[in-house]
Ligand binder design. Sequence first.
Ligand code: HEC
Ligand code: HEC
Ligand code: HEC
Ligand code: HEC
Ligand code: HEC
Ligand code: HEC
Ligand code: HEC
Ligand code: HEC
Length: 328
Amino acid sequence: MKQHILHTALLILLFCTINCQASTGISVQFPPNNSYVENEEIIIVLSLDKQAIDGIRVVVGENKPTEISLRPNSANACFGVTLSKGMNTIELLALKQGNVVAHKEMKIFLRSDLFPKFREPPADFKRYFFHFINNEKSCAGCHEMEPTLSNLRPEKPEDSTCYACHAKKYTNNAIVHKPAAQGTCFSCHEVLAGERKYTTPKPDEKVCYPCHNAQVKEWKSKKRMHGPTAVGQCTLCHNPHGSEWPALLRMQTTDLCINCHEDKASGTHVIAGFFGKGHPVRGVKHPLKPDREFTCAGCHNPHAGNTQNLLNHDNSNMAVYCTLCHKK
Ligand code: HEC
Ligand code: HEC
Ligand code: HEC
Ligand code: HEC
Ligand code: HEC
Ligand code: HEC
Ligand code: HEC
Ligand code: HEC
């Protein structure tokens, strides 16, 4: 009996040693576990025991594992990962000569106002913002954390102190937004605004005014404004930094619209042909703007309009309306 207890105790001890070993060697400085963010790219910063490990493998959700190359003689690793909408499980495997010697897992939720099913993070998840003075202290030994005067209007984007960590905000896009590509981050982000740095005014319409005032004024003068535009939520649809899509949109236009107007996705509200096949809403050329794809925005203005239903063209006479694009 006594022996049995001893045996169990030994087993527990042994188990604990393996387990305790497994939790040394690697610790996550940022981001905190169980937090939520609104940006697809996040930066992970680890402290490492360089004696115990010589490599890191990262797995985000179902994606292929990526190997992170470690700097020689550095007890720290910093790298970016891309999240999917909703819950992401990030696995960090510490390696020594190819073997997994330690393992960490964390959960980060990518929230988005655009998708009803990703609007609500779990109740115990906290919003993560990085730029508090206290957080920045752990980087200041190696990175320039205070913006310099030349950040206001850098000659080259790389001259801005933000570039070392946010290079993707400048260059990583097929279509760039001029002020971001030029590195004038402070045309939109406030340098000093209370406790947290680099905030932007809300609603984000205010951010856009200085340069797109004429357009916003014109929209406000129309009879009707589109819901999200009326409340100034420009970045719901537009990425202020850059994008793969025309007009800096967050995604293909029709996909963007049907996040909130699912019932219009098939175009049957315009025509319901045989078998309920509706009007084309993607994949064909725009007859009036040949360089663009024909989408919901081919008929509707996403900002404002004088006609019912924000149509780009008067539809009070339907027969005439259709011939705008369908000439005989
Ligand atoms: C021990 C020094 C050291 C510390 C501390 C440190 N970094 Fe780094 N970091 C570097 C070096 C050196 C590079 C550039 C070389 C490289 O990419 O390996 C870098 C690169 C980066 C990058 C770019 C990675 C990429 O994939 O392009 C980011 C982002 C970053 N660091 C964020 C941080 C943050 C945030 C902190 C503080 C929480 C931090 N680092 C703390 C040394 C450090
Ligand atoms: C040492 C790396 C580093 C530098 C330098 C840096 N940032 Fe960041 N920044 C981060 C990290 C880490 C986050 C957290 C989000 C993430 O993981 O991508 C972040 C987030 C942000 C955010 C989102 C709000 C927040 O606080 O989380 C803004 C805005 C931002 N940075 C602007 C800037 C600007 C402008 C500069 C240059 C003046 C700058 N950053 C320089 C690492 C850095
Ligand atoms: C045209 C205005 C504008 C410019 C220029 C701009 N930003 Fe932003 N940025 C915003 C707004 C607005 C947000 C608020 C979050 C959102 O809705 O996407 C934001 C959010 C961010 C975030 C957090 C969210 C995310 O997408 O990662 C980071 C990091 C950031 N900006 C960094 C930068 C850096 C670095 C620069 C300079 C290269 C820059 N920004 C230039 C308007 C701008
Ligand atoms: C510092 C000035 C500045 C600010 C602030 C600014 N923009 Fe811009 N924006 C520009 C410039 C310059 C262009 C390029 C115009 C051109 O090339 O004709 C542009 C272009 C655009 C375009 C593409 C237009 C097209 O024809 O494809 C969109 C969309 C846009 N901005 C949206 C926004 C939104 C949304 C905001 C607020 C979050 C914003 N901008 C804030 C300067 C600014
Ligand atoms: C519901 C999504 C949505 C919202 C919200 C929105 N936009 Fe747009 N925006 C679009 C689409 C879609 C286009 C492209 C239209 C096209 O293809 O004809 C566009 C085009 C633009 C352009 C290019 C020039 C033009 O007039 O077409 C600018 C500039 C612009 N938007 C700025 C803004 C600003 C500033 C706000 C906030 C006041 C805003 N947008 C709100 C979807 C939106
Ligand atoms: C984030 C959600 C959201 C997105 C994305 C969105 N809309 Fe809307 N839309 C709304 C809301 C909210 C209303 C107002 C509904 C109401 O008042 O009943 C609206 C109303 C409309 C209306 C009716 C206008 C009226 O005054 O009755 C049209 C047409 C429309 N949207 C077209 C579009 C198009 C086209 C797109 C894509 C470019 C789009 N919407 C993207 C939320 C959205
Ligand atoms: C060929 C032109 C055309 C295209 C393409 C088109 N619509 Fe419409 N849409 C109309 C017309 C015309 C009406 C008004 C119908 C009416 O008066 O009965 C309308 C009405 C609407 C309404 C308001 C209807 C209501 O229930 O109050 C919404 C919302 C809307 N469209 C969204 C969309 C979305 C989202 C897309 C893309 C998937 C789209 N439309 C594509 C022409 C179009
Ligand atoms: C702003 C332009 C525009 C308006 C307005 C418009 N259409 Fe179209 N329509 C298109 C485009 C683009 C196509 C795709 C043409 C192609 O297949 O190359 C199309 C295709 C069609 C088709 C063929 C569908 C198929 O599957 O082949 C029908 C039918 C049609 N439209 C009916 C209408 C009717 C009815 C109206 C008026 C209520 C209308 N359209 C208004 C642009 C428009």
